[in-house]
Ligand binder design. Structure first.
Ligand code: EPU
Length: 431
C-alpha cells in the first residue's frame, strides 16, 4: 500500500486547473444506461471510484470504453438487472444504478451498499421514492428487489432528517424520466452535481422542469437517445486547493471553477479574512500576513456549506487565532480526521455534532492515518502547515476522489512524495 510523506515547505504558489466532478461523473455514467444509443462523456476524472463504476456497468452488460484520457463512451444495447454485492460493496455510489435499471428494464436487483466510516448511510429515501413511483420494493438477503412493471409518475416528498438526498434525487429522477405520467419531486437536492445530471438527461431527451430548484417536475418519455456531455468542474477539489493555499499563506489561482459553485465556502473564508480575487471562471487566493479570524459553520445541503469541505476547513481553522465551531448536520460523526489532527498538535474538542477548534496551534509532523476521502485531504493540508515530516497511511481513500492530487500540489511547490509503505520507517507504521 502507498503512503504519503509530506514536509512543510512554505507557501504554495502557482496555478492549477480543476478536473471533472467525481460526484457528478458517477451518476452521469449510470444515467448513460438509460439508452441503447452511445453516450459520450468528457471531462471524467481518472479516479478509482470511476473505475469501480465502469466495472459494475460492464457487469450489467454495457460496453464502456475510454477512447482517450478523460473520455468514456457507453453503449448499453442489452442490460441485465442484477448488481451483485461483490461489486457494489466496493463503492457506495453504485447504488446509483438502481434508478437507471428500473427506468430501462422495469426491474432491478441491487445489493444494498454497506456502512461507511463517515456514519450510517441509509437508502430508505431512495426506496420510498421508488414505492411512490408505484414500484414494488422489497429487501431480501441484502438485496433491494424492485418490480417496476406498473411504474408511473406521481408526487414524491424526498426529504429526510437531514433534508434532501443527493444520490436519492438522482435515482428517482433517473427512474422517472422513462416512467409514464408526471413525477413531481419535492425537497429535491439542488447540488450542482444533480443539476449536471439533469442537464445530461435533458440532452438525452428527458423532459425536466425546475432543474436546480428543490422541486423537479419530470414528464416521462418513452425513449431516450445518445448524446455528448462534458462533466462539470469539481467544486470540492477546487475548495480543497483554496484551503491548501490558505493554510500555507500561498498565492494560488484555481482555474476552471465558477465562484458561485462555492458560495457558502467562499463566504466563510471571506468572513475569516482570506484575501481572494474572483473571476468568472477562477478563484485566486492571495498571500496575507495577518491571522485569519475563527468561523462558526454548520454543514447543510446545497446551497449551504458542503460537508465535503468540512474536514479541510477544520484543518485551516487550527491555524487561526480564536475559537471556531464547526457543526456537522449531514453526517454528525464525520470527524475521523480530528484525532489525527490532534496527534499533530491541533487543539480540537468534539461536543456532540460539533468540533470546537482552538486555533493558532503550532502543528508538528507525525505519522497519521487517513480514514476517508476528505479526511485524507485535511491531513495533507495540516501536514503542509506543520513543522517536519508527516507520514500519511491508507491514502487509497484519497485516490478514490482526487485525481493526481500529489502531482498538482507538487506543481505548486509542496513537498509530497508517494512511497510504498515498505519505505516508511518501521517504528512509524501503525499497522
Ligand atoms: N439519507 C437518509 N436516507 C437516504 C439517503 C440519505 O437518511 O435514503 C441521509 C444521509 O444519512 C445523510 C443525508 O441524508 O445524513 C444526505 O445524504 P445524501 O443521500 O445526500 O448523500 P449521498 O448521496 O449518499 C453524496 C456524495 C457525498 C456527499 C453527500 C452530501 C456522491 C457519490 N456522494 O452522498 O460525497 O457527502 O452527497 O453532500 O455524490 C464525498 O465525496 O466525500 C462524499 C461522501
Amino acid at each position: 500500500m502507498d503512503v504519503f510523506r509530506v514536509t512543510g515547505n512554505g507557501p504554495l504558489k502557482g496555478t492549477i486547473e480543476v478536473g471533472g466532478a467525481k460526484n457528478a461523473a458517477l451518476p452521469i455514467l449510470a444515467a448513460s444506461l438509460l439508452t441503447e444509443e452511445t453516450v459520450r462523456l468528457e471531462n471524467v476524472p481518472d479516479l478509482s471510484d470511476i473505475r469501480f463504476m465502469v466495472e459494475i456497468m460492464r457487469h450489467v452488460g454495457a460496453r464502456v470504453e475510454s477512447p482517450e484520457p478523460g473520455v468514456w463512451e457507453v453503449t448499453a444495447a442489452q442490460l441485465t438487472h442484477v448488481a451483485p454485492y461483490e461489486l457494489v460493496r466496493k463503492m457506495r455510489a453504485s447504488v446509483c444504478l438502481l434508478g437507471p435499471l428500473v427506468g430501462r428494464l422495469r426491474r432491478a436487483e441491487v445489493s444494498i451498499p454497506g456502512g461507511c466510516v463517515i456514519g450510517p448511510r441509509p437508502i430508505d429515501l431512495h426506496l420510498k421514492g421508488l414505492a411512490k413511483l408505484n414500484c414494488k420494493v422489497s429487501i431480501d438477503s441484502g438485496y433491494v428487489h424492485v418490480d417496476a412493471s406498473d411504474i408511473c409518475g406521481g408526487p414524491i416528498f424526498l426529504g429526510g432528517r437531514s433534508g434532501s438526498t443527493v444520490t436519492g434525487t438522482a435515482n428517482i429522477a433517473m427512474a422517472a424520466v422513462l416512467a409514464p405520467g408526471t413525477t413531481r419531486i419535492e425537497c429535491a437536492a439542488c447540488e450542482p452535481e444533480v443539476v449536471d445530471l439533469c442537464n445530461l438527461l435533458v440532452k438525452m431527451g428527458a423532459h425536466i422542469e425546475g432543474i436546480g430548484s428543490p422541486e423537479l417536475t419530470i414528464h416521462g418519455v418513452e425513449k431516450l437517445h445518445g448524446c455528448k456531455h462534458s462533466v462539470i468542474a469539481d467544486r470540492i477539489e477546487a475548495g480543497t486547493f483554496i484551503a491548501a493555499a490558505a493554510i500555507t499563506r500561498g498565492d494560488v489561482e484555481v482555474k476552471g471553477i465558477a465562484p458561485n459553485l462555492l458560495g457558502a465556502f467562499l463566504d466563510k473564508l471571506e468572513e475569516a479574512g482570506l484575501p481572494m480575487e474572483k473571476k468568472t471562471d477562477s478563484i485566486r487566493v492571495l498571500p496575507y500576513d495577518h491571522s485569519l479570524r475563527p468561523v462558526d459553520v454548520i454543514t447543510l445541503p446545497h446551497p449551504g456549506f458542503p460537508t465535503d469541505l468540512q474536514a479541510q476547513l477544520c484543518a485551516l481553522m487550527t491555524q487561526t487565532e480564536g475559537l471556531s465551531i464547526i457543526t456537522e448536520r449531514i453526517y454528525p460523526n464525520r470527524f475521523m480526521h480530528v484525532p489525527e489532527l490532534q496527534r499533530m498538535g491541533a487543539d480540537i474538542a468534539i461536543e456532540g455534532p460539533s468540533a470546537i477548534i482552538k486555533g493558532a496551534s503550532a502543528l508538528s509532523g507525525a505519522p497519521v492515518m487517513a480514514s476517508d476521502l476528505r479526511a485524507s485531504a485535511a491531513l495533507i493540508l495540516a501536514a503542509m502547515a506543520a513543522q517536519g515530516e508527516t507520514w500519511i497511511q491508507r491514502i487509497y481513500h484519497l485516490d478514490r476522489g482526487y485525481e493526481r492530487f500529489e502531482n498538482k500540489l507538487a506543481s505548486l511547490g509542496a513537498r509530497i512524495d508517494r512511497l510504498s509503505d515498505k519505505e516508511m520507517p518501521k517504528e512509524l507504521r501503525q499497522e
